[in-house]
Design a protein around this ligand. Structure first.
Ligand SMILES: *Cc1c(COP(=O)(O)O)cnc(C)c1O
Ligand SMILES: [Zn+2]
Length: 419
């Protein structure tokens, strides 16, 4: 039995019982955080164990809000944590790592959230699940829905990258490409779910999304020998990934499994920086006493990092809290740096990342330049999505190949730089 004992609003701290069936706080409309009976979780951990298993992230069942009975059709989580020795040394960092989330079934970290939400949908006997998405949440939900035999309806901006759209259509989702941005798609999905009774997976709105993403922290903890790193650098749009990463560590501390926690680094494009701007303002003004009074910065997002292009972050306050409460940092980087980072990371690690994922490494460089991390700090970058998701951006960064005639003279000329 799951040991959930209720919900607490991230903004006003109002609570709801475990039976609560809504998405947001009925008092103030804030996002809800799921609470556990941690003593109960500890005794489940003693009985069942706690760590990735053949079912990937569902090996963490004692601290998940869904029943994990029966195997899941796709393996989510249990992703590798790679030391990035050469890339780290290029900045004088001795302990840089990448958590490679591109190996998840739909090739992004969103699969962790979709897996938990769809297990929840099965518990609720729902047959149609819906989501709004910049692309990855939708392709992830469509992927898991295909595995489970559920019907998926997705709302994406008309300009979604082609690869993500192709994934969606192949997985058999009902795809609605909305003439507008992610925020417009989000609002329409909300209205559609109310009208048609679909279960809404939309990021942040659905409190189970954060619970899926937190398993990424459990894995890092397991891989580091049940310890926290110094920093986890999280590419951030809606803020659900950052708040999920932080939730994982809060859980581990509450269950007595760790005492020192990492700083959460919110890494954003300067062209989509609502959470970073707000985090800095909150730290500088000391307005963190009453979270219900914190208003998110308003931005008009437009960045090459499409997965984190968000005007109104749907889990923004929880992400700001993650940065502030973890004594973390907020970093903003330029689109040009993001594109350059794609081949840079690929060449020295073997990881091919989409622009949004590459943001983590650019943020690390800023932190080193500003002397905000130490040479021996353990720093983890989340490699949150695959480069195959957005080929045109990768091509812009990588340039063109040498084109030659099929003979050895042409090859010699080309290698000598005289085409
Ligand atoms: C969704 C996503 C993120 C950020 O997650 P948010 O919850 O929107 O902050 C980062 N990287 C990739 C590749 C994503 O798809
Ligand atoms: Zn509230």
């Amino acid at each position: 039995m799951s040991v959930v004992n209720g919900y607490r609003c991230v903004a006003c701290a109002g609570t709801q019982p475990a039976e609560f069936g809504g998405y947001l706080c009925p008092h103030c409309g804030g996002n809800l955080d799921i609470n556990y009976d941690y003593a109960g979780a500890v005794s489940r951990i003693d009985d069942e164990g706690f760590g990735v298993n053949t079912d990937g992230m569902f090996g963490f069942a004692p601290l998940l809000p869904v029943e994990c009975t029966g195997s899941f059709p796709l393996k989510v989580g249990a992703t590798p944590l790679y030391p990035a020795t050469r890339l780290g040394r290029s900045l004088g960092l001795n302990r840089l790592y990448f958590k490679d989330e591109t190996v998840n079934p739909s090739a992004s970290t969103k699969d962790r959230a979709s897996a938990v939400v769809l297990r929840r949908a099965l518990e609720l006997d729902v047959t149609t699940v819906a989501t709004a998405s910049t692309g990855n949440a939708a392709s992830s939900m469509a992927c898991m829905a295909a595995g489970l035999g559920l019907h998926a309806v997705v709302f994406v901006p008309e300009k979604v990258p082609a690869a993500k759209l192709a994934q969606l259509l192949c997985f058999g989702a009902q795809v609605l490409a909305v003439r507008g941005n992610y925020d417009a798609a989000f609002d329409l999905c909300l209205e559609a779910c109310a009208e048609f009774g679909w279960y809404n997976r939309s990021t942040g709105l659905n409190p189970f999304t954060r619970e899926g993403k937190k398993t990424c922290s459990y894995e890092i903890w397991e891989d580091l020998g049940r310890q926290a790193p110094d920093w986890i650098v999280v590419p951030t749009g809606d803020g659900n990934l950052a708040s999920g990463i932080w939730k994982g560590w809060r859980d581990l501390r509450a269950a007595g499994l760790v005492d020192r926690l990492p700083g959460i680094v919110c890494a954003q494009s300067e062209n989509s920086a609502a959470i970073s701007l707000t985090s800095r303002r909150v730290v500088e003004s000391g307005e963190s006493g009453d979270w219900s009074r914190v208003v998110l910065a308003e931005v008009n997002a437009s960045t090459v990092a499409d997965s984190i292009s968000v005007d109104r972050p749907r889990d923004g306050l929880a992400a700001v809290r993650a940065v502030v409460e973890s004594s973390g940092l907020a970093v903003t980087v330029s689109d040009e740096e993001i594109l350059q980072a794609i081949p840079e990371i690929a060449r020295s690690t073997g990881l091919f990342l989409e622009p949004s994922a590459a943001v983590s490494w650019v943020a690390v460089r800023h932190l080193v330049q500003n002397q905000q991390v130490g040479d021996n700090d353990r720093v983890i970058c989340l490699a949150s999505g695959s480069g195959l998701k957005d080929i045109p951006s990768a091509q812009r960064a990588a340039g063109a190949p040498l084109v030659i005639d099929p003979d050895i003279q042409s090859l010699r000329r080309a290698l000598a730089g005289r085409q």
